[in-house]
Design a protein around this ligand. Sequence first.
Ligand SMILES: Nc1nc2c(ncn2[C@@H]2O[C@H](COP(=O)(O)OP(=O)(O)OP(=O)(O)O)[C@@H](O)[C@H]2O)c(=O)[nH]1
Length: 349
Amino acid sequence: MNQQKIPATVITGFLGAGKTTMIRNLLTNAGGKKIALIINEFGDLGVDGDVLKGCGADNCTEDDIIELTNGCICCTVADDFIPTMTKLLEREQRPDHIVIETSGLALPQPLVAAFNWPDIRTQVTVDGVITVVDSAAVAAGRFADDHDAVDARRAEDESLDHESPIEELFEDQLTCADLIVLNKTDLIDAAGLIRVRDEVASRTVRKPVMIESRNGEVSAGILLGLGIGTEDDVANRKSHHELEHEDGAPHDHDEFDSFVVELGPIADSIGFVEALKSIIAAHDVLRLKGFVDVSGKPMRLQIQAVGSRIDHYFDRAWGASEKRATRLVVIGLHEMDQDAVRAAIEALA
Ligand SMILES: Nc1nc2c(ncn2[C@@H]2O[C@H](COP(=O)(O)OP(=O)(O)OP(=O)(O)O)[C@@H](O)[C@H]2O)c(=O)[nH]1
């Protein structure tokens, strides 16, 4: 095949760090580059795909946005990612650049390693791995776990071979980065930002470049065209899991759970959002997002909660043939009391 390899950028980062927001921005300032987007989300509600399809960029049409919904991309590489890439590469009109948004819970390492599969390696190269960081969450200590508590849990249950799953995942995503974007800098002050930089630097032995952003506003010229060829270096970026299980024991996401709550129309949207805030705090929900059918309003209300912070805005009108509904995806640690969270949300309708 006499074609240049297509560059592919992998965008990773913990739940709610701002990956979709950054990609939305990227699509609008990527110049004439035709971009194909592969999106993977944890939870059965395609919120990210919906948000990105709604941005109407000519260089990335709805057809160019592919959602992988069969679980976290790092665990479904062979069944999901490789066939998707193969199909994409068979298209008559090949993209200039491929952007892959991993789920917030994915380990980027297995995905990068997949670029060494024979059929893929000859046609595509990893331009770079970009890890988006929620600076406010780092500043609030979200990823710095109470090691005594973790040790106590491990003492009770010897089968626990992990440190805190959130902390570990955060480090794995940093370890794989070629570029780290410290996002949400609007939510912290200058001194906080210095501490965040120090903490992020201390979590990875490699020293990738760090840049700062608000609302994922980083120019396409910085994000695309890193030219790293990360697949050649994946052996130097092993995740905790790979280091602990050199024998290839399968990785899973048992520590996290997600479920969808469906409700009818909501009369008092402000009261609803306030009540969600209390439920999130009471049950330590990590991420909640979706759309609300507000009674009497022609527009759809989008909800985006990351930890205790909740954003909500009317994002677009409901379509004429679209079924109006309130649908929210909730993500938390496995020990989150799903039944209680579901019941509390359902009681709000
Ligand atoms: N204040 C502030 N909010 C931001 C910033 N970037 C993103 N957000 C908000 O953070 C929330 C989550 O952003 P997303 O872009 O959906 O995050 P994500 O990483 O794609 O989330 P998952 O795919 O669920 O892991 C949304 O409400 C965004 O509007 C920022 O720089 N500052």
